[in-house]
Design a protein around this ligand. Sequence first.
Ligand code: BG6
Length: 500
Amino acid sequence: MVIFGASGDLTQRKLAPALYNLEKEGLLPQCTTIAGYGRTAMTDEAFREHLRESISSFSRTQPIDKTVWASLAKRAFYQKGEYDQRAGFTRLHQRVQAVDKRLTTKGNRVFYMAVPPTVVTPILSNLSAVGSLARRQPGEEERPYHRVVFEKPFGHDLESARELNNDIDRLLAETQIFRMDHYLGKETVQNISVLRFANSVFEHVWHAQSVDYIRVTVAETIGVEDRGGYFDSTGILRDILQNHVLQLLTLVTMEPPSSLAADAIRDEKVKVLRCLRRPEGDAIGRSVVRGQYGRGAVNQKDVRPYREEKGVDPQSSTETFVGLRTYIDNWRWAGTPIYLCAGKRLARSLTEVAIQFKDVPAILFGAMKGVELRPNRLKLRIQPDEGVSLRFASKVPGLGMELKMVEMDFPYGSAFPAASPEAYERLLLDVMAGNSALFTRRDEVELEWEFVTPILEAWAKEKPPDFPNYAAGTWGPVPSQEFFSPETDYTEAAKGTKGR
Ligand code: BG6
């Protein structure tokens, strides 16, 4: 596995710990060798030390197991080189071939692009030119395999994503391409299809006739940490909504796939994205809210405003919050409002999907004094506090007829005490196994961009907003809170907007 961007943040926080934990579980083939490639000068020894420190700081299992680490360290080396010059790639190729001879890798290779999209095309061209990477023809036997993993951001808008896809398509077949959206590797995200299709009760009510609205929330308490430079030219619409939030939505709303094969699942997700109503013209102003955090307190600690974060322009108009309402114009979901929301420095860290069912007629209990009936609501808690809960009405024990809403709860932690693997562990293994079900296909990524690009264009034309417009540690800009705060039951608010 050759990692481009080996000295960067992703390798440190995610890739090195994932490889280590796979080795620890005995799941990493013993011939697997990790080659780092980057512009920073580093000896093999220094690279190994970098990996070791990354694992000590970020692995989910601690302390680091010396035997496991020693076995992995033996199989790691580093090659310095530029991305746009052949020399470093020639040397890399020689070293990779030497590994092929020494171990039983049989020429199988995974190239991991933990680099900005601007350097992806030169890297792929150089790998092909030196003979490290070969395009497979359709139907051709995939042995040895040459696979490439692409990290986000996959393009900056629809046009740049298409260009990138065209460049990649010239050098690789779609079966060799693994576009990463790490949310798909999370246990609770994989469980969405199990909940829906391995149980009979849910599908009967999983449609517009029974569902009042669906809300997908990715709320974080963290700010931009040390990624201010990247984030300021990206914004949360591109960083989280375009990918993670839309992926969650497709899994929750797609039709049952014909099988669990990668393309059967991706075909269904693509159908949802095709039917997702693109906010256009005036509708963008009415149905999309953007925000940027100012000074505030998160978990009782004062935090600085976004514009004072390292790497951020002090006049920045980049959004750190987005909330929007849309619809899926297909037979199953016609007329059901879909609320999508992502934000940084919000009141709580929470990723969840809420499916709110319709009210019962107020004929029997609704009219009773002192009874406050709420609609049923199913919550898929993606993280933290992973689980599924269903809210329903219950009689309060006693001689009167008092009703109370209660929650039936399935918490992952107590039902399955074993710690879950990290998303990256699962996804790296899937790349090696050639299973692309948890990776996004070309048409999927482009449709995601088709959805967000009109919003980006409309924002670019408007006068810059009056930012900051929410205090860190709250649920976002005030006018939008009634819709997007997971703590508000905004059925009433949602009702007021139906049909708009
Ligand atoms: C990344 C975004 O894709 O996902 C980050 O670039 C975000 O801004 C992160 O913080 C969230 O991932 P997770 O797994 O911590 O929920």
